[in-house]
Design a binder for this molecule. Structure first.
Ligand code: GAP
Length: 534
């Protein structure tokens, strides 16, 4: 797909989402608020379907482990605001920041680690090669193109010539330049050099106050990840449930990050939802479980209907690992705005014993685990009393698959978005896998008379007990089909003149637009079977 076509897909998708009630800009009547979105009537249905699938695959029907038995998993819903010491212990107060630069001239703000720079060189007509300056552009797949465009614009102002495109490897991250060099850079939209400020660490946590007095002692934070709730409740869960190591604690909920540059629709927002699972295991088994969850998580993304070629794994390099991580692999998706490159969808991190150790130190509470099974095993193996004592108590390691629910909504929408100029009514439709479609079935009388609406309403009242349906009696049948296609409804049933005679109706399938006749008394079973097909 061409670069232009990719950009348009996003524009068209955002517009469809607004027009049909999936996602609206938050507080739009007041001009919106950058980085905040509202999920409309269809968006919330889609999001809930994805959320339920994750919860089911993690908590209700967790996968079969390497030993052939289902793994142990429990759920949690912890508070968004916790004791602020939580975030000191987790490292977020000290280190959860992005480097930020401001452009004094254009008033634009950038993530310093999202800017890449190189010296722009132009070959003048007389063959002389001249340096135009040290230019910065936004990092990404189009960085070299953008760089050449910018350099060309500058060159034209001073007599023109041919720009010598830098190699991708010649573009240096702004954050890696020495401070003197940083002062010479032309910001991405600046008309002169040296207008970018020095990078400053910008903490991403939203602050608030708890109680009536607003001072340092009442300061608290909106959680930037759901994960810490699992660590804070580790002891509670071990003491009050029957789980034994290895086991997982799964949680879905809102997280908040004051992102420097929220962008790409709901990809990076300031309020979003996460689906995170913390898997507590013996340190010697951590690598085995890391590999296990890596594969399980990829399977789940595919179960949403995401095509293999749009997903990939990417291991983090040592210098990009988070402060808590021993190793991390991302599951990445080929978003329309990253294609042909990929962007992050989920991270699977080996957190070692970092979190429990930190909370143990900061809270003064013991967070180690007594492994009775290991104790018995060591006894059977004839280990010494000292060895048994020392080895059967330990701080578990944690493997964490952490994904974004709102990002999953974006992926399902990107994956489903189709354009077919030959379709009647609307060229756009959403090929969402039936299980995840917000509305499963549209029910229409062909005309709003001759007894048809009565039959269709009766059918609607029955079917809606089993899955989400919409009963629509207005407009031409073509327009009603087109609307259902645009919102990803996999099936439409139409009551027509024939129905009144022989008790059959038309079922239309969204993608192939095929129609078949099914008898009224069989339609429920027919649809239930197709809606549950894998
Ligand atoms: N507990 C680990 C953690 O939070 P993360 O990589 O920062 O790791 C996990 O976040 C996932 O949450 C990401 O892979 C992404 O899907 C989602 N996510 C993170 N920041 C987000 C944002 N600003 N907007 C939307 N989703 C976000």
């Amino acid at each position: 797909m061409s670069e232009q076509a990719q950009i348009n897909v996003m524009e068209q998708l955002v517009s469809l989402c607004k027009r049909r009630g999936f996602v609206y800009p938050a507080s739009e009547i007041y001009g919106g608020l950058n980085g905040f979105w509202d999920y409309g009537p269809l968006g919330v249905l889609l999001k809930n379907n994805i959320r339920d699938s994750w919860w089911r695959s993690m908590v209700e029907v967790p996968p079969i482990g390497p030993d052939g038995h289902p793994v142990d998993m429990v759920g949690l819903d912890s508070a968004i605001i916790q004791n602020p010491k939580t975030w000191v212990a987790s490292g977020h107060v000290g280190g959860f920041s992005d480097p930020m630069v401001d452009d004094r001239e254009t008033k634009q703000r950038y993530r310093a680690d999202h800017l890449v720079c190189a010296i722009a060189k132009v070959k003048r007509k007389n063959g002389d090669v001249q340096e135009l300056g040290f230019l910065a552009v936004l990092d990404g797949d189009r960085a070299v193109n953008d760089f050449v465009k910018r350099a060309d614009k500058l060159a034209r102002k001073t007599g023109g010539g041919e720009i010598q495109p830098p190699e991708r490897s010649e573009l240096t991250l702004f954050t890696k330049l020495d401070p003197e060099r940083q002062k010479q850079v032309w910001g991405p939209e600046a008309t002169q050099a040296g207008t970018l400020t020095e990078p400053r660490a910008f903490n991403l946590m939203f602050q608030t106050y708890v109680g009536a007095i607003q001072d340092e002692t009442s300061k608290a934070y909106l959680r930037p990840e759901t994960a810490q709730g699992q660590f804070l409740n580790f002891k509670n869960i071990v003491d009050t449930t029957r789980v034994k190591i290895p086991f997982g604690v799964a949680q879905i909920g809102k997280s908040f990050r004051n992102e420097v540059t929220p962008r790409n629709f709901i990809f990076r927002s300031r309020e979003f939802e996460q689906m995170e699972m913390e898997w507590f295991c013996h340190p010697d088994e951590a690598r085995k479980w890391y590999d296990f969850w890596k594969e399980e998580r990829m399977k789940w993304w595919k179960s949403l209907g995401v095509r293999d070629e749009n997903l990939r794994f990417r291991d983090h390099d040592a210098d990009e690992l988070s402060h808590y991580s021993k190793m991390t692999v991302d599951i990445e998706y080929k978003y329309p705005f990253t294609a042909p490159d990929f962007g992050e969808l989920e991270g699977i991190a080996h957190r070692g014993c970092y979190d429990l150790t930190q909370h143990q130190t900061h809270s003064g509470q013991k967070l180690d685990y007594f492994d009775q099974e290991l104790q018995l095993k060591l006894k059977e193996q004839g280990a010494s009393a000292d060895e048994i004592k020392q080895k059967s108590r330990y701080i578990p390691n944690v493997i964490e698959p952490a994904s974004g629910l709102t990002r999953a909504v974006l992926v399902v929408l990107c994956e489903a978005y189709r354009r077919d100029p030959n379709r009647q009514g609307s060229v756009e439709y959403l090929s969402i896998k039936p299980q995840f479609a917000p509305i499963k079935c549209g029910i229409f009388p062909l005309v709003n008379k001759e007894g048809m609406p009565e039959v269709s309403e009766k059918l609607y009242l029955d079917l809606r007990k089993h899955f989400t349906c919409e009963h629509d009696v207005k407009q031409s049948i073509g327009k009603r089909y087109a609307r259902m296609d645009e919102i990803g409804t996999p099936f439409c049933v139409t009551i027509d003149g024939e129905t009144m005679k022989d008790q059959t109706l038309t079922v239309r399938e969204r993608d192939a637009m095929t129609q078949e006749r099914v008898s009224l008394d069989k339609i429920k079973g027919y649809l239930l079977e197709r809606l549950s097909a894998e």
